[in-house]
Design a protein. Sequence first.
Lengths: 313, 327
Amino acid sequence: MSGETSSSVAHSEGEPSQGWRRFFENLRNSAREQAHIFAQSRMAVAGLVILIFYVVIALISPYIVPYGPYERIYTDAGGWAKLQPPSLAHPLGTTESAYDVLSQLLLGARIAMFVGLLGAFMVAIIGTTVGLVAGYYGGWVDEIVMRIVDVLYGLPFIPFVIVLVTVLGASVWNIILGISLLYWLSTARVVRSEVLTVRERPYVEAAEAAGASDFRIMAVHILPNVIPLAALYAAIAVGYSIVAQASIAFLGFGDPTIPSWGVMLQRAFVTQSFGTAWWWVFPPGLSITMVVTGAYLVGRGYEEVVNPQLQEK
Amino acid sequence: MVNKRYLARRFLLMVISIFTVATILFFLFRMVPGGPMSAIMSPRMTEAARQRVIENFGLNEPLWKQYLLYMWQLLHLNLGQSFYYGQTVKTLILDRFYNTMALMLTAFLISYTVGIYLGAQLGWIRGTSKERAGMLVVLLVRSTPVFWTGMIVLYVFAFKLNLFPLGGMRGVGAQYSGPVSKFLSVDFLYHLVLPVFTLCTYYTGLPLLLMRNNLLEVLSEDYIDTARAKGLTNRRILFRHAARNAVLPVVTAFAIAIGFAVGGQVLIETVFSWPGLGREMVKASLRSDYPVAQGAFLLLSTIVISMNFFADLAYTYLDPRVRLGGT
């Protein structure tokens, strides 16, 4: 069945699935091209190394952590080994509840990378689609979409997620829902203005004259041009999403059963231990900073290569 | 002056925005665990009080009537009663509002001034290793979660050095005769230092980066070459000729910056126990004091929306090209 379809596509020119094949071919070619460009930027490669490092930690952490995230550590005397400074047995010390900081830190990478990558993916998909449709159709579609964007800009993000979590329950999914609802706005705006210029180009007119469908023009002719831009915003959204999740958890709206960097900092803050236990406070904060910086470097380094104007400066 | 049609359109958009936000809130809070009743009534209320609330909010009416009633109450700024404080939400959040604005505007003013100045300087020395180092610092500071910065600042300046208070807005026993003397008292300013400093590390990045990027664009203009050819000093070229033209888009970004600022505000108020709107909202949500959470959110949102409005107005006023366009 599938063999038949592909052979018929190869033979006849006007087959509708031809567009799809061309689309994926375009996508593959441009992906290869972009990867080549990407490797030229030292900034981007450095950022990528940081991100990959944390992704690897996230993947292997359940197998390498010395203790469970909520496994109580006891002293020789039998009491809780709480707020122990770093030692050989506990390289990052212990928390107020006598948990191992290093184990929590490593496991915290899982939720951070999950929220960061999924959040960025949602932002890229929603923002690009909305920007593409608004910019391509223009007129009242554009007007309505952009007014919706304007209204949504009036919702402050962190308070909005607090409301979502209060109403729908404290879970990572609701934080991702908040990210998906509000973080696509600037991506959509930027993609839209890019689409506005791309759609005036002669080859788009040519495709229109040749009778190509709206969908085909958008997917095959316009989308490849805005992908670099969408990628930049997705990279930045990785950082935003991670900070958002940590912030919400810090305010006490995180899921306390899942170890995360935000929950660690919240515990250190609520127990007021952060005044003494630097080993508990520094690692999660530094990890967040590193991942966010890494994601930003990836996006920025890539953009500088794609947009040579920036390099001259 | 500013185009009247534009002004009317922009104003309408602001009203629609606030209206939409209120509507979203209405429907969200109908979904709280325990049903809409628990969003408005405390479980500890007496039967008579319960009946009165049901009457006031029309809880025995169909949803659309409840919605109309809610909007009607909102127009009269009736946001209900706090379960926890027993005060009306209106008085409560108004009090918190001033505290929030005092902190936010101070931090904003400083950040914008410092950000624009440093951004201009960084743009001027572009391409040097000093500039790269500066940009790296900016990037790292911007990537740091603001609440963590606050904790580190407290760790260093309050716990270790004992220079500043751990949090709050006034010392033990401090009393003021009125709001003016309160916000100008030494005690208040002393409590303001650390939160403002932390917020500045968070806010300064945006104006700084924008200023630098705009300056780079402006520096390639012909009139800068002319100024150089005239033999003006670097300082004069930078501040009299280049920076003045580069600063305009930074003003528009004010709108976006305010949106960000409110989020940072919530976190910093929590870290420094600042009795502002953000912290009140967090506490209210944690203790299921829904009327306060709702009111605080609405007010925070209104701050963002109206600041956006004023930023747009300022932009049209400052940039004649926008005025002619009329849209």
